[in-house]
Design a protein around this ligand. Structure first.
Ligand SMILES: Nc1ncnc2c1ncn2[C@@H]1O[C@H](COP(=O)(O)OP(=O)(O)OP(=O)(O)O)[C@@H](O)[C@H]1O
Length: 428
């Protein structure tokens, strides 16, 4: 069962190239086995750090050009710190260390740069960049653990505000046009970084959501393969045993006669393939009548009607399936090498308890006298025949042809009059 294509990000064109780069970045800080959502956070910070380090070149170049090497050294220090941090991260995979230093450096450096340039106005509000820190902390650490970073940012802005009159006495003296340009750059740059990081986050979460949905759908399909839908729904809501009494159900057991003996002469692969072919045909017959396949037990097949939801025609539906199963086996037995194949079918109808028991490898099953008797009808039956109880024969109704077999001594039950279901007249 292949995963749907929606899971795969685009692999071609510019978008594909960007996705590949982002994925590589995400791998840098993640140990093998890191859950995808955690790796996503790692990748986001690495991506943001690299993006901002690249943008920092604009400030480094400009301050150098205008003769402010100390101010230029501050964004350059961020670039060096990021490069060293990434190398250490890729070697140690200690993401917490990288995260802590990145946040701290990104909180402190814009404030230092602002101070070096002469306060809020002269630096074009450089401390704005530090507002990125509480947002990043929120995304990386969650609301509670990011609170100290928010407080630290506020404290920093307050300290700079208090120091501003003093800092403003030593302005960097950059041309007004450049100061305004930097205001524009700081505001737009910060917005661009925020947008890109948020966009990356949204894109990744969307992919994770789609992957999760596909996964849920797969498990749902698997669950519905082994449990009837209403029972699966109940099992998801409730814990504990599910056992429901049903007044009227019909149970069928079908056993492949001589199959066990064949295991000694037929290659196992061939035998299993034949069993698969037969049981798949039986599955189709049960599905066609909307009956609940209960299980296979070795070379036996069990199906029931009237569970988990009651239906008035449970007996007739199971009887039709019994005849169809017998016809399927008769057809396969015509094939060369399969002449030995025959099926013995038993049926009974009446009350039963149906449900799910156990905690592991559980299945939906049925219990009670009706089930035991249906099993006995099969085990005391004849190859190629459908043996049914008197109550089945009496309730089948028009269209079904039955013949009395006689009285049998049935294990655990004593003498029982049984019947053989011979056919069904479609016209009835
Ligand atoms: N849910 C079920 N699935 C498969 N087989 C079942 C189920 N319930 C009952 N049977 C089978 O029905 C048959 C008859 O059951 P019953 O309880 O009358 O026999 P028993 O006393 O257990 O005797 P034994 O198991 O020795 O044949 C048993 O072979 C039992 O395995």
């Amino acid at each position: 069962m292949g995963a749907p294509d929606v899971l795969s990000p685009p692999r071609t064109g510019t978008r594909g190239a960007v996705v590949r780069i982002l994925e590589r970045l995400g791998e840098i800080g993640s140990r093998p086995g890191t859950p995808p959502e955690v790796a996503l956070r790692h990748g986001t910070l690495v991506f943001a750090s690299v993006l901002i380090a690249l943008l920092a070149s604009v400030w480094v170049g400009t301050y150098l050009a205008y003769g402010h090497p100390v101010s230029a050294a501050i964004p350059a220090a961020y670039q060096v710190e990021t490069a060293v941090g990434l190398v250490v991260l890729s070697r140690t995979r200690r993401f917490a260390l990288f995260r802590g230093t990145q946040l701290a450096v990104f909180l402190v450096l814009p404030a230092l740069l602002q101070a070096s340039l002469g306060g809020f106005v002269a630096s074009s509000g450089m401390v704005l960049w530090a507002s990125f820190v509480p947002f990043a902390a929120l995304a990386l650490l969650g609301a509670r653990r990011s609170a100290p970073w928010l407080v630290a940012f506020f404290a920093e802005v307050l300290a700079l505000a208090l120091l501003d009159p003093w800092l403003a006495q030593r302005p960097a003296g950059l041309p007004t046009g450049l100061v305004v340009t930097f205001f524009v750059l700081n505001v737009t740059g910060l917005t661009l970084c925020g947008w890109a990081v948020l966009g990356y986050f949204v894109e990744q979460s969307e992919r994770a959501r789609i992957a999760l949905e596909a996964e849920q759908e797969r498990s749902e399909r698997l669950l519905l393969n082994v449990l009837p839908a209403p029972i699966a729904a109940r099992l998801k809501r409730e814990t504990g045993v599910i056992a429901e009494h049903h007044d009227a159900v019909t149970v069928l057991f079908a056993d492949l006669v001589g199959f066990t003996a064949r295991t000694e002469v037929m290659p196992p692969g061939q035998l299993v393939a034949l069993l698969d072919r037969i049981f798949s045909a039986f599955d189709r017959r049960a599905d066609a009548e909307s009956l609940e396949k209960i299980k296979t037990i070795g070379d036996a097949y069990m199906v029931a009607g009237g569970v988990p939801e009651s239906r008035p025609d449970h007996l007739q539906a199971v009887a039709r399936v019994a005849l169809a199963m017998r016809a399927d086996i008769a057809a396969i037995a015509q094939e060369p090498g399969c002449e030995w194949l025959a099926v013995r079918i038993g049926m009974d109808t009446g009350p039963a308890v149906a449900g799910v028991i156990g905690r592991r490898k559980f299945i939906y099953d049925l219990w009670g006298d009706t089930v035991n008797t249906a099993s006995r009808m099969e085990s005391h039956g004849l190859p190629g025949q459908i043996q049914v109880t008197q109550r089945v024969a009496a309730a089948l109704g028009p269209g079904f042809r039955v013949r009395c077999r006689g009285t049998l001594l049935v294990k655990s039950k004593g003498p029982m009059t049984t019947f053989l279901l011979e056919g069904h007249d479609e016209s009835e």
